[in-house]
Ligand binder design. Structure first.
Ligand SMILES: NC(=O)c1ccc[n+]([C@@H]2O[C@H](COP(=O)([O-])OP(=O)(O)OC[C@H]3O[C@@H](n4cnc5c(N)ncnc54)[C@H](O)[C@@H]3O)[C@@H](O)[C@H]2O)c1
Ligand SMILES: [Zn+2]
Ligand SMILES: [Zn+2]
Length: 375
């Protein structure tokens, strides 16, 4: 039985249109429907993909109630919800796992066909639970975490141990887990192999952690921000390339220079810079290299060198690092709980929800990795 069927009026961060500043507005959050859960958010964090959505990609959905990383406490549940109860600590996820569809029963995919990644900005029934100024607001994927309250379908939530560090729980709801999973599940990195990770945000640092866990012998990190060198070291990279130090060479050539001209076994692209996808691909070995596309930008098409691909390399895309939320994500949460990842290194800044725009300024600073939004 729903324990709190009232509409809640609270604050939430809204983007009204492409390129417009985010405003903290009074929003209305509807009660959860039958299979839904309403969550009181405690902490949220910012992932680069929030900016991709705020710029109207892949489809413009405005007003947009932003945020898809976070952690909160269940406030009320719909009448058919059996897996969650008031007081549970939960994180949002944006791919479900029905366990029965063709992709769920396959080891090859985490893209559940029944509960897929939602880019419509709406709940699975095609409606929204948030409104602002009398207008329907859209969600980001299956949630809106930069709000005091949000509603999500129960298939897009995961319970975490209430003793978990809340900032760390927020980081594993997207960015860090995505990179970790890209190395673990999508690339399935072999022990003793070589890996190049392009871009050391939370996603790239997660990819380094995953490569390390899989026993990679060489982990080359590439970033134009020199401050990321020390972060990469903490997470387990073995070599760092700052392309700005070598303006006459491509990033792929710089990776080859560190691997006897051969290239790496795997490359994980985590910048979202379109031109780097072909660099990632070409940094891998001719005949058998695998490049994983994780970064997301605003371009509809990305250039990939045709011959570079024809020469026996594989290019594979990955959503949420190929992690199945029920089968794989609990492993990441347990490792997080056991402090097996140096996640404190990600947490560089904190702002209250009311000062959300300050967070965007902080993100431009070279020493910033993750901004926690205290709700
Ligand atoms: N596929 C998915 O499921 C998924 C999930 C989460 C995030 N993403 C995407 O992954 C990407 C990374 O997300 P994030 O939150 O870690 O981003 P971020 O902005 O924190 O990190 C990006 C890093 O790339 C570096 N970089 C930028 N341009 C570069 C260049 N030309 N050469 C080398 N390094 C460069 C930056 O200095 C930064 O360290 C984004 O595109 C995001 O949208 C995808
Ligand atoms: Zn994200
Ligand atoms: Zn499924």
């Amino acid at each position: 039985m729903a324990s709190s069927p009232q509409v809640i009026i609270c604050k939430g961060a809204i983007c009204w249109g492409t390129g417009e500043a985010v405003k903290v507005e009074e929003i209305q959050v509807d009660p959860p429907k039958a299979s839904e859960v309403r969550v009181k958010m405690l902490f949220a964090s910012i992932c680069h993909s929030d900016f991709v959505r705020a710029r109207g990609h892949p489809y413009p959905c405005f007003p947009l109630a932003l945020g898809h990383e976070g952690v909160g406490v269940v406030e009320s549940v719909g009448e058919k919800v059996t897996n969650f109860k008031e007081g549970d600590v939960v994180i949002p996820i944006y791919v479900g796992e029905c366990g029965e569809c063709e992709n769920c029963v396959s080891k090859e995919s985490n893209i559940c066909l029944r509960y897929p990644l939602s880019v419509s900005g709406l709940m699975p029934d095609g409606t929204s639970r948030i409104s602002v100024g009398g207008q329907k607001a859209y969600h980001v994927f299956s949630c809106s975490t930069w709000c005091e309250y949000m509603v999500s379908d129960e298939n897009y939530l995961m319970k975490v141990d209430p003793s978990i560090d809340l900032a760390h729980a927020s980081f594993i709801s997207c960015g860090f887990s995505t990179g970790f999973g890209a190395s673990w599940k999508t690339a399935q990195i072999q022990s003793g192999s070589s890996v190049a990770v392009f871009g050391l945000g939370a996603v790239g640092l997660g990819a380094i952690s995953g490569a390390k866990l899989m026993g990679a012998a060489k982990i080359i990190a590439i970033d134009i921000n020199e401050k990321k060198r020390e972060k990469g070291e903490v997470f387990g990279m073995t070599n760092f390339i700052n392309p700005k130090d070598h303006s006459n060479k491509s990033a792929s050539q710089l990776v080859k220079d560190l691997t006897n001209g051969m290239g790496v076994d795997y490359a994980v692209e985590c910048t979202g810079v379109a031109a780097l996808l072909t660099q990632a691909l070409e940094s891998t070995k001719v005949g058998k290299g695998k490049a994983i596309a994780v970064g997301a930008g605003i371009e509809e098409f990305v250039p990939v060198n045709w011959l570079g691909l024809l020469l026996g390399r594989t290019l594979r895309g990955s959503i949420f690092g190929g992690l199945k939320p029920k089968s794989d994500l609990p492993t990441v949460a347990t490792k997080c709980q056991n402090k097996e990842f140096p996640l404190d290194e990600l947490f560089t800044h904190e702002v209250p929800l009311t000062e959300i725009n300050k967070a965007f300024e902080l993100l431009k600073q070279p020493d910033c990795v993750k901004v926690i939004i205290k709700i």
